[in-house]
Design a protein around this ligand. Sequence first.
Ligand SMILES: [Zn+2]
Length: 342
Amino acid sequence: MKKSRRRPEAERGGVRRERPTSRIRGAIRRGGLTKHHAAATGRSQQGFRSQALRIALASALLLVAARAETLVGPECAVFFAPDAKPKAERVVATFGTRRDHAARWLGLAPSGRAEVHLVPDLAAMRVLAPGAPSWSVAVTSGDRMVFRLDLVDHGAANSLDLVLKHECVHFALNRTRARLPRWFEEGLAAHHAGLPYLEPDTTVERAASAGRLPRLAEADRLFDGGERDAALGYKLGQRAAGVFVRRFGDAAIARLVQASAEGAAFPDAFASAAGESLDDFERGLFEEVTPPLPFWLFVVVENLELSLLTLAALLAAAGYLRWRLRRERAMSALGRGDEPPA
Ligand SMILES: [Zn+2]
């Protein structure tokens, strides 16, 4: 069930591919998310945007006209570059199960076909999902999912399976009238996808300890900032969703989604689903994530190995200086013919 539209003459050779003005500076892993630093060059944001748009359009045309293939499954159609065929096959094989799990967890009836695009980079993503942030691994808008091949499967936290699970939560919610704050929706998606290997993560504790944790009512602005703020937004949302599920159970999520879909404002939907006000929940959550240590001590404990090594190095240096001092004193005492110090 596959149709291929390939025009090999347009591939690589004849087409000069420009680099966007934003340079990807390599992957870092922080807080369980693999992210990329994008550094804009000296141009204005506006100039950057219009050039990015032109490049994006060109890349997308190249992709769609010359390189895209399609795999059609019962629950989704996947558009992909030929070298991404194994990933496209994985999506076709697993999407239905992922979609159904996510929908049922949210108390919804599984439904809907997805249009999935596996695109090579940010420029191609922005043609299909304008305004996608530079650090987005995947974006789901309506029934359309766009995955970036240059980020997916780079690091355990960005495995295709995990990202697909995450996006399926957005997919299911997009099919309802529910309007959740972004921190909570991303939190649900991240919680549903799960952390790989139960990786310990202290992003939220570190921010709480440094007094950088925003109130939940203002947490959505984290997603409008840079990559670092967004990472905190995801982690805070994930912790909140985790605490919510632990305290009130999966059924409360279904009640919350239902109430929101029926038009209730989020704080009201929250209170009716959880039996506790959002303010009280926030107080408990912040108490839980704030370490009982001053920030400097928290950093020392968080980096215990490095702290111990630094301490050992300082002690060794101090010991050496003390030895030098004693030796010099002894030498000068000898020169004066005094008794050397004991
Ligand atoms: Zn998301």
